[in-house]
Design a protein. Sequence first.
Length: 476
Amino acid sequence: MSVGLTCKPFLLWFMSFMLAAIAVSAVALRGVSSSVYVYYPETQDVAFLPPPIVFSHPPSVGGGYDVDLADRLALVFTDFEAYPLPGWSSRGGSWSLDSGYKGYGLRGYDTNRGGIRGEASHYYLTAPISGYTRYYVAVKVKLVDGAGDCGISLLNSAANNFYEASVSASSMFISRFDHPETFTLLNSTSVSLAVGKWYILLLEYVRAEGHNTFTLKVYDSSGTELKTLRASDSKFQPYYAGVLVDEETVIFDDFAFSMGDPRVIRVIGAPSGASFSVYDDLGTLVASSAAEGGVAELPVLTDIVVGRGWNGRLYSPELSINRTFSSIIGGDLYEVYGTAYDRLNIVCGPRMCSANITVDLSGLAGTYDCNVLNISVADGYTYYASLMLAYLEGSPSLNLSIASSLGSELQPLRIVDGSVIPDEVSEVEVAGVGSYIRLRCPPTTSGTVYLYLVYRAAYGPAGVVVAYPIMLMLQR
Ligand SMILES: [Ca+2]
Ligand SMILES: [Ca+2]
């Protein structure tokens, strides 16, 4: 409300009280108009001032669906596009960049630490992994000489004892090395690998009751599994993870340390009939799959760190989704959400100070996330705005927030199964055009939410609070 009054202090207080009373009654009674009359004592006139904040329909943009990264299982990943890497350290060996599977790879040459059988050269992550009891380590390898072996190393905290999950040209094995010279073979099997070709190693580690269990799989570069090998041991709990090379020269690429299976990325919330493709930063197709039962599983085993580790793209022609992410990594979970404005029916009140919004969620497979109401400030001032719940019908689940054109976003008003999560709902400053109310809700929700946009002037003595009623009906 414009409060450009030039009256005496008592009258000013009285006007504030009256305006606040209107606001309070608007809070208490749904449908009360928030129009405000300003009283000019000098002329005894009553004049209507246009409301400074008005609602309007949000601009209709977007293709109806979008997708976001919802979870990432890989804690560390690299496509070895640089050397040295921050957060990595070497023990023995000669390490450098070379041509990789895509872009560069890490070339490792074993300096054969003293010629002890089973000793090896390591390049490993300096962040400890001992806090995890189940994880996957994936890496791509290419033998250059064929004389020795290479693979995944899990070292102790002194980095001198280690477990090794490795391949050579003729075998794969899991072993333990104890400083200074004890080599223990835990399990092995024959497998034929060609020198100069790429293979993928995937190690699953599980620790339970002081026991380590290792499962090593080797795949060719097309993703065909060649063999699986298992072993268990309880000598020590691994403290560092990395790669190793022993009496061999090798090139590594596509390394991931992951809390879950890195062989697929999953897209959830996908409507039936939708298909998805993953492209790398070089424009090459890595994987594609159709959604079934709301989920698409894209096999990215052949390139777990998609492309060179940056600018991966997720594409769905049916949903008009074409999103580039800073990286796409095996184990990622993506969620499709609906953004369709044609699901919205918005009716604003005669002075654009109230709104009835109906959202049609029928047939939507994923989350709905949409700007449902524009907020424009017409008088050039800045206001503090927040959302206040009046009451609910049904037991809807949703988040509502105000995104300000000034850059801040209100902590959402969260309702889960009809209960309000008692978050502190803060105020945001709104000014000019481009602020809006944003709704995010699961497709299964329904019910009606009665709430208020509450605002006060950011200038002068605070005290005039105005509330605009909003009814939000979620239909399925
Ligand atoms: Ca690479
Ligand atoms: Ca890669």
